[in-house]
Design a protein around this ligand. Structure first.
Ligand code: HEC
Ligand code: HEC
Length: 227
């Protein structure tokens, strides 16, 4: 009798909870804000990065998250707060990996069918566009918790030739950064299965892109959308 009573009480409480809110508009804003933070980093713009993560942190906590999802939000909040305090590009890149992994952890728990972009990889000759495409696959792989997207990104990054020795950017540091992109990708293809390893690797990868752009004066322009 007692257990029946408590069972019916439990049900009554649950029925009184408001129906889950539509999270999609908030999630699209999440995605937009972290993607802008990422683009700012690839450009080497630390200030714009910090502003974007601060804006996202201010929108949290979200109201209307289902109960099962709520325990995952504090991880995102603390990653955002740490990111706001980052004072170098490599550190910010590392924090960004943590942010994306925190998004992915909740999506995995909630079995979200994350809409991974199906765009085809750019042609061989467009080396940097290929890099941008691959890094975007890693990004979606982390945020959307997709092994397939991760693998597509690392496959391409492990293969693409950036600059041959003797080309206009043959300074040893540039060649070293190019090798770092390849090595990182190859080692992740071999052994990068867990989320923490992926998050850390994403940060190192993005830091490498950004460092080489600072050195060569290359990189995407502000407002460039295809990253
Ligand atoms: C606390 C849990 C949680 C966290 C943290 C979270 N999400 Fe989500 N996300 C969800 C849920 C639940 C859905 C499914 C919403 C739906 O289909 O109504 C979702 C769906 C999405 C979608 C797909 C929306 C669509 O149109 O199908 C995107 C994009 C997204 N999230 C981006 C992000 C980004 C970027 C972050 C990190 C900055 C993030 N989310 C963090 C719970 C979370
Ligand atoms: C070895 C140095 C180097 C590394 C590493 C590097 N880049 Fe670049 N990137 C450049 C240079 C130089 C340019 C400008 C000339 C060009 O487009 O080839 C450039 C340009 C770009 C552009 C603009 C391309 C366009 O069509 O306007 C994007 C986007 C880009 N890089 C993304 C990336 C990403 C993402 C990574 C990390 C995986 C990366 N790059 C790694 C040197 C590098």
């Amino acid at each position: 009798m007692l257990s029946l009573l408590s069972l019916s009480c439990g049900l009554a409480v649950r029925a009184a909870e408001p129906p889950p809110a539509d999270l999609k508009p908030d999630m699209m804003t999440h995605y937009d804000q972290v993607s802008r933070a990422r683009d700012a980093l690839v450009r080497g713009d630390l200030r714009a990065f910090r502003n974007q993560v601060a804006d996202l942190a201010e929108r949290l906590p979200l109201t209307g998250l289902p109960g099962e999802a709520r325990p995952f939000e504090p991880t995102l909040v603390s990653a955002l707060l740490r990111a706001q305090a980052a004072d170098s590009i490599p550190e910010a890149a590392e924090r960004l990996g943590e942010i994306a992994a925190a998004c992915g952890a909740c999506h995995k728990q909630m079995r979200v069918a994350f809409p991974i972009s199906e765009s085809a990889e750019p042609p061989q000759a467009e080396v940097m566009r290929r890099h941008a495409w691959a890094v975007d696959q890693l990004w979606q792989g982390l945020v959307g918790d997709s092994d397939e997207a991760m693998e597509r990104g690392y496959m391409l990054l492990s293969e693409t030739q950036l600059y041959a020795p003797g080309s206009e950017h043959s300074d040893p540091m540039v060649l070293e950064l190019q090798l770092r992109v390849h090595d990182e990708a190859a080692s992740m293809l071999r052994e990068g299965q867990d989320r923490d390893a992926r998050s850390a690797s994403y940060g190192r990868m993005l830091g490498t892109c950004s460092q080489c752009h600072a050195l060569t004066g290359g990189g995407p322009g502000e407002g460039q959308k295809d990253l």
